[in-house]
Design a protein around this ligand. Structure first.
Ligand code: MG
Length: 188
């Protein structure tokens, strides 16, 4: 497998709806006097919230039950149709080894057991023609490490202001732009 012909896919927030499920579940277990949770704060998370996240995410099935996201799945199909190899490139949480198993089972269930999977603590060391990832904090170091490569971000609430000359955001309405970018990385 040559990196030139590989498109790398993030999972949480790209192919599967991590944000939707974690927010729904945090609201299910919140106390009656606590405000509705609408987003996970960036940066340092308060200890009680960190603990709740860990408790929820320590079940393998929590990961297996994530819903597929339409924008990410659309990109998955486009990459396949354009003849690229597709590989999962996902970060494995430090505190939740169960997630590493759950992620693999999710891939088997929704993408097929033969799908190539890399679960890592550092995405930047893995090369591919394009990275598809929703999270700016992973996208930036990857772009720095791979100066001839590009990134596609499936649009989400946490990346609306992100801009980089080698990235585009996929909104669902700019399919042609995405196809043009992917084709520009095709090596015959
Ligand atoms: Mg993500």
């Amino acid at each position: 497998m040559k990196a030139d012909n590989v498109i790398l896919f993030d999972m949480d927030g790209t192919l599967c709806d991590w944000f939707g499920k974690i927010i729904k579940d945090l609201n299910t277990i919140k106390g009656p006097d606590e405000p509705e949770i609408t987003e996970i704060p960036k940066g340092n998370i308060k200890k009680y919230l960190r603990t709740r996240l860990d408790v929820l995410m320590q079940r393998i099935d929590w990961w297996v039950d994530l819903e597929p996201l339409p924008l990410g799945m659309d990109l998955w199909n486009i990459a396949g149709e354009l003849g690229f190899e597709r590989m999962i490139l996902t970060q494995g949480p430090r505190r939740n080894p169960e997630a590493w198993t759950g992620k693999k089972i999710w891939v088997d269930k929704f993408l097929g057991i033969d799908t190539k999977v890399t679960i890592t603590r550092d995405k930047s060391i893995v090369d591919g023609a394009i990275l598809i990832d929703d999270w700016p904090l992973y996208v930036l170091p990857w772009l720095q490490e791979h100066p001839s490569r590009s990134v596609i971000l499936p649009q989400g609430p946490h990346n609306t202001t992100f801009k980089h000359k080698r990235s585009i955001t996929y909104t669902g309405n700019n399919r042609d732009d995405v196809i043009t970018l992917i084709k520009s990385h095709k090596k015959e």
